[in-house]
Design a protein around this ligand. Structure first.
Ligand code: NAD
Length: 361
């Protein structure tokens, strides 16, 4: 069966790691038809918008996309096109598995954590009030009238919005993932002791949903304790489910546990639609240098193959990548003790393809 996939190379290191990923995916023998779409500053120059309708339409039609990282200009320019894409397509679940592969540069063994991050609301809902704005002044009045609390007049406010609807569907997603992947435990991470209403709602909802899944253990942990426990004893965690903001940091923390961003794949998933992309960004300083590690994007490709029902090919590709990591010869600078011995992005792809061709041991 042929699969039509929207292919977004991205910018910075994106095109390099995306091309390497395309090559290894094709080497699995799965029949993929690529429909290339451009987003970000290149699209801004070409079409006058960073997120052209043609790109969205392509993903809607194909229902699956493989995406490289896209730069967000700091301060001026458009807001994150990555956030906009997730919102437009309602890709409400961000799935980020973090697993130790033997040979990866980490002191931890047997880490196998899946981070499930809510993708649509929380502090990233984009509802903000600038200081000195008329809206902010109204908000100050409203706060003092309703709570009696005085907020400094020179404040700015960003809203942390947590709904029962979004909490329920992300926690249900985490439990369904656990069920389908024979996982034993789901842990909700929160600060409900301080944020009684927003995180309190997230936690209460998580508890309710947990009652529907008797075979899977449900636990919860405060964010601060989670950070400490993740660094001390990460093997105790299985599936983590978090509101958007905490999920952002915890997924990078977990990537650090298993050897860094070069090994951290991801997916943004909605109902019947999915965009697979690595956790890392466009690392502009390495753009065009053929130096970046393509494995996070290749492992995102492995996730995509599983999503497409190509389990055998996904397993073979993951095994080939794992073998290249274990051998330690054809890996990029971030996985090397002596960076001067590093392989290039394209050499990593060659090595993975070689493993695929000659069969895994
Ligand atoms: P980044 O992930 O791009 O890079 C941080 C550092 O991590 C790099 O300097 C590099 O040392 C290392 N790194 C990242 N990916 C690597 C790889 N594949 N191989 C080897 N080393 C790697 O984070 P940043 O510098 O904060 O962000 C750069 C840009 O990317 C920003 O514009 C940001 O908004 C954007 N971004 C995009 C996405 C996305 O497209 N989904 C995600 C995160 C950041």
């Amino acid at each position: 069966m042929q699969h039509k996939v929207t292919f977004i190379p991205g910018d910075g290191i994106g095109p390099g790691v995306a091309n390497a990923t395309q090559r290894v995916l094709e080497a699995t023998g799965v029949r993929l038809q690529w429909d290339t779409a451009i987003i970000g500053s290149q699209a801004q120059d070409m079409f006058g918008t960073p997120l052209p309708e043609s790109a969205l339409q392509s993903i809607r039609e194909n229902t699956v996309a493989l995406k490289g990282p896209v730069t967000t200009p700091i301060g001026s320019g458009f807001r994150s096109v990555n956030v906009a894409l997730r919102k437009e397509l309602d890709l409400y679940a961000c799935l980020r598995p973090c697993k130790t592969y033997p040979g990866a540069p980490t002191q931890y063994k047997n880490v196998d954590i899946v981070v499930v991050r809510e993708n649509t609301e929380d502090l990233y809902s984009g509802i903000e009030f600038a200081n000195d704005s008329p809206e902010m002044m109204k908000l100050l009045e409203f706060i003092i009238q309703t709570t009696g609390e005085k907020v400094r007049r020179d404040s700015a406010v960003s809203l942390k919005v947590i709904s029962q609807t979004a909490s329920r569907r992300i926690v249900r997603f985490a439990f369904e993932y656990a069920r389908q992947n024979s996982r034993k435990k789901v842990t909700a991470v929160h600060k409900a002791n301080i944020l009684k209403f927003s995180d309190g709602l997230f936690l209460d909802t998580a508890r309710q949903v947990g009652e529907e899944y008797h075979e899977i253990e449900f636990t919860d942990i405060l964010l601060d304790a989670a950070c400490m426990q993740l660094v001390r004893k990460p093997e105790q965690f299985d599936v983590l489910v978090l509101p958007n903001f905490y999920g952002d940091f915890i997924s990078d923390l977990c990537a650090g546990l298993v050897g860094g961003l070069g090994l951290a794949p991801g997916a943004n998933i909605g109902d019947g639609i999915a965009v697979f992309e690595p956790t890392h960004g466009s690392a502009p300083k390495y753009a065009g240098k053929n130096k970046a590690n393509p494995m996070a994007m290749m492992l995102s490709g492995v996730m995509m193959l599983r999503y497409l029902g190509e389990k055998g090919s996904a397993d073979r590709l993951e095994k080939a990548i794992a073998e290249v990591i274990a051998e330690g010869r054809n890996v990029t600078y971030d996985l090397k003790l002596h960076p001067e011995e590093a392989a290039s992005t394209s050499q990593v792809a060659d090595a993975v393809i070689e493993k695929l061709r000659h069969g895994s041991k």
